[in-house]
Design a protein around this ligand. Structure first.
Ligand code: SF4
Ligand code: MG
Length: 330
């Protein structure tokens, strides 16, 4: 299958010298045409900065210190601002957790969707307005003609997320980046939005890079998954393989902390300890302070992301052993 996105050894840093924050610290991953890749990890692991890097929307004083981001074979880190604007919202789109902050509060939702058609497809005001109503219908908004004339604050949170999706998908992107698209919504609405994304993905044939801290969402939506920790990828696998047997102890911890049906768990990650601060990462394996399997070598050496059997990858000295002898590590 064809590669839509390939990130190679990306490093996105903020600040300099003693204040340097290495939010993304050597990330490599890819997304194939038509697939859904999940990117999981606790907050502060670099997921959002990775996705903002792909959009070239990392806020100042962030900088792309190293690496390549190949989108349809072209390194977008080398594109000019005008080329990047042409790409964004057309071949490459993104939706965020909180639509209220990305929608314009003083423009009607119809106008905001129409803008994409005017900008990227050169449609007239009238044609674009008609297409905007079509899009509202396609994302399941009832009475779309009337809704098109409303402002974001007149809509519910779920409706606003549908509007964001309508804007993002209006030009049929090859890749949609969705950063925690349902986190701010209640459970019923969450399920409806995920259903909608699945349906539109099937209709449009796009690929999705889905950023989430929720492995339940990954199980439901994704083909493959990348687990991030402390600005790096620590595991990559097909979703079924990952749930069968996590190669990395951090993944094991994430899986163990999925809330069970009859247990009230509001703290999603029951792994003890915290993600190391990006200004003071310890030497050795970044997960060592929290790892129940840590041994001497883990304190001295940083494990690299290595290929394992079955096309999986993991950054742990024990990963190959853990997969070969699952009973030995529990
Ligand atoms: Fe744990 Fe060592 Fe593996 Fe790091 S390399 S995850 S500390 S066992
Ligand atoms: Mg985030």
């Amino acid at each position: 299958s064809r590669r839509i996105l390939e990130i190679r050894d990306l490093k996105t840093y903020f600040g300099r010298g003693a204040n340097e924050v290495r939010s993304v610290d050597g990330v490599s991953l890819h997304v194939d045409a038509g697939e859904t890749l999940g990117v999981v990890g606790e907050s502060g692991c670099g997921k959002s900065v990775t996705s903002l890097s792909v959009m070239r929307l990392v806020p100042s004083p962030g900088r792309y210190a190293h690496g390549e981001i190949l989108f349809e074979g072209r390194d977008i880190l080398g594109l000019g601002a005008a080329e990047m604007r042409r790409l964004r919202g057309d071949r490459l789109s993104m939706i965020f957790q909180e639509p209220m902050t990305s929608l314009n509060p003083v423009r009607t939702v119809g106008d905001q969707i129409a803008e994409a058609f005017r900008l990227h497809r050169g449609l007239s005001r009238k044609e674009a307005a008609a297409r905007a109503v079509d899009m509202l219908r396609q994302v399941g908004i009832p009475a779309p003609e009337r809704r098109a004339d409303e402002f974001p604050h007149q809509l519910s949170g779920g409706m606003r997320q549908r509007v964001m999706i309508a804007i993002a998908l209006s030009c049929h992107p090859r890749l949609l980046i969705a950063d925690e698209p349902t986190t701010a919504l209640d459970v019923t609405i969450q399920a409806q939005i995920l259903d909608l994304l699945r349906k539109l993905k099937a209709e449009l044939g796009m690929a999705i890079m889905l950023i989430t801290h929720d492995l339940g969402v990954v199980a439901e939506m994704c083909d493959r998954v990348v687990v991030m920790y402390a600005g790096r990828v620590v595991e990559e696998a097909r979703v079924t393989d990952l749930f069968d047997a996590p190669a990395h102890p951090y993944t094991e911890g994430l899986l163990a902390s999925i809330p069970k049906l009859d247990e009230a768990v509001d703290e999603l990650f029951a792994i003890e300890g915290q993600v190391p601060s990006p200004t003071e990462r310890p030497p050795g394996c970044p997960f060592e302070p929290r790892c129940r399997y840590a041994f001497d070598r883990c304190r001295r050496e940083t494990p690299e992301l290595r290929e394992l059997d079955g096309g999986r990858r993991a950054a742990c000295f024990l990963a190959a052993d853990r997969l070969a002898r699952p009973g030995a590590f529990s």
